[in-house]
Write a protein that binds this ligand. Structure first.
Ligand SMILES: NC(=O)c1ccc[n+]([C@@H]2O[C@H](COP(=O)([O-])OP(=O)(O)OC[C@H]3O[C@@H](n4cnc5c(N)ncnc54)[C@H](O)[C@@H]3O)[C@@H](O)[C@H]2O)c1
Length: 284
C-alpha cells in the first residue's frame, strides 16, 4: 500500500523511481493503482491537479524491478516500506546497504519500529533515517523524519529537504516507540476500541463523534479500515513489544478480525473480506 503511494509522489515531483517487491503481483497491482487508483495519476488529471503532459511524465518516471539489487543499484535514496516486522526490515537494510551506492540515504517508512534497531546490523548507520509517510501519501502533507542515535545531522537535513521538494512538511521525531504521530493516533484508536469492546458506544457513533466533534476526516475505525487491519495489528504489537506497556495490548476484536481475513477496506485491499463495518455488519 505505502510503497506505491510513495513511488507515485516522487514520480509526480520529477524523480525517477524504481519500485521493487518480493511479490510480483504487488508490483503489478501497484502500478495499476498508481495509474488508475482513487488517488492515482489519472484521477489527479480529472481533478485538475496534473496536466496530461505531467501525468505521462510521472508515469514514465516509474519503473519496476523484480530484484532488489537492480532497483537499488543507482539509487540516491532508498525508502523501505515492507511489512512492519523488525527482523525483516533489519535483513532488508543489510541487503540494501550491500547493493546501493555508498552515498545513498537508506530510509524506512516504519510506523512504530525503532530506527536504531532496524539499522543495527549495518555499518553505514549515519546514513539511515526514518521517513514516515501518511496514508494516502498522495494527499497527506506530513512526513515524520526520525533521527536515530547514529543518524548524522546532515542526513536529517537532506531528508527534510527532500520532503519539502515533494511538497510536504517534515517534522522531527526522536526514535521512541510510536514517534509522534502514532503515539497520538494509536492512543485514540486504543481508547475507541475499549469503548466498542466494552459496549459503551457503537461503531458508528464513535466514528461520528470524531468526525463531527473534532473535524477528523475519518473516524478511528474508518481510518483503521483504510490503513489496513493487519498493518494496524502489527503496529500495535510492535509498540507493545517495544514498551511492555499494557496500554498497547492489541484489542481482541482486532486480532479476531485479522485472523478471520478481515484486513480492512476491501476496495483498498483486494485480499480482505472487509473491515470493521463488514465484520460487525454495520452500514458504512
Ligand atoms: N498502511 C498504512 O497506512 C501505513 C502508513 C504509514 C506507514 N506504514 C508503514 O509502511 C510499511 C508498509 O505498510 P503497508 O501498509 O504498505 O503494508 P503492505 O502489506 O500493504 O505492503 C508491504 C509490502 O512489503 C512487501 N514485502 C514484504 N517483505 C518483503 C521483502 N523481504 N522484500 C521486498 N518486499 C517485501 C510485501 O510483498 C508487500 O507488498 C510498514 O512499515 C507500515 O508500518 C503503513
Amino acid at each position: 500500500m505505502m510503497g506505491r503511494q510513495i513511488a507515485q509522489v516522487f514520480a509526480q515531483h520529477g524523480y525517477e523511481v524504481e519500485a521493487t517487491d518480493e511479490d510480483q503481483q504487488a508490483l503489478k497491482t501497484g502500478i495499476d493503482e498508481i495509474a488508475n487508483g482513487p488517488y492515482g495519476i489519472h484521477a489527479s488529471v480529472s481533478r485538475g491537479k496534473l496536466t496530461p503532459d505531467q501525468a505521462s511524465k510521472a508515469l514514465a518516471n516509474i519503473k519496476t524491478s523484480p530484484k532488489l539489487d537492480d532497483a537499488c543499484r543507482n539509487a540516491n535514496l532508498v525508502i523501505e516500506a515492507a511489512f512492519e516486522d523488525l527482523q525483516l526490515k533489519q535483513n532488508l537494510f543489510q541487503k540494501i546497504e550491500s547493493v546501493a551506492p555508498a552515498t545513498a540515504i537508506i530510509a524506512s517508512n516504519t510506523s512504530t519500529l525503532s530506527l536504531d534497531k532496524i539499522s543495527q546490523k549495518i555499518s553505514v548507520r549515519d546514513r539511515t533515517v526514518g521517513m514516515h509517510f501518511f496514508n494516502p501519501a498522495q494527499v497527506t502533507k506530513l512526513v515524520e523524519i526520525i533521527r536515530g542515535t547514529t543518524t548524522s545531522p546532515e542526513m536529517v537535513e537532506k531528508a527534510s529537504q527532500i520532503v519539502r521538494e515533494i511538497g510536504k512538511t517534515p517534522i522531527l521525531a526522536q526514535d521512541e516507540p510510536g514517534f509522534i504521530a502514532n503515539r497520538l493516533g494509536l492512543t485514540l484508536y486504543m481508547e475507541a476500541s475499549k469503548l466498542l469492546e466494552d459496549r459503551l458506544a457503537s461503531l458508528q457513533d464513535i466514528d461520528t463523534c470524531m468526525k463531527l466533534g473534532y473535524n477528523h476526516p475519518m473516524g478511528p475505525f474508518e481510518l483503521a479500515d483504510f490503513v489496513g487491519l493487519d498493518t494496524r495489528l502489527r503496529n500495535i504489537e510492535s509498540l507493545y513489544k517495544a514498551t511492555s506497556d499494557s496500554k498497547w495490548i492489541p484489542p481482541k476484536l482486532l486480532r479476531e478480525m485479522v485472523q478471520q481475513g478481515y484486513l480492512g477496506d476491501p476496495t483498498r485491499k483486494t485480499t480482505s473480506k472487509g473491515g470493521y463495518y463488514e465484520y460487525l455488519q454495520v452500514k458504512r
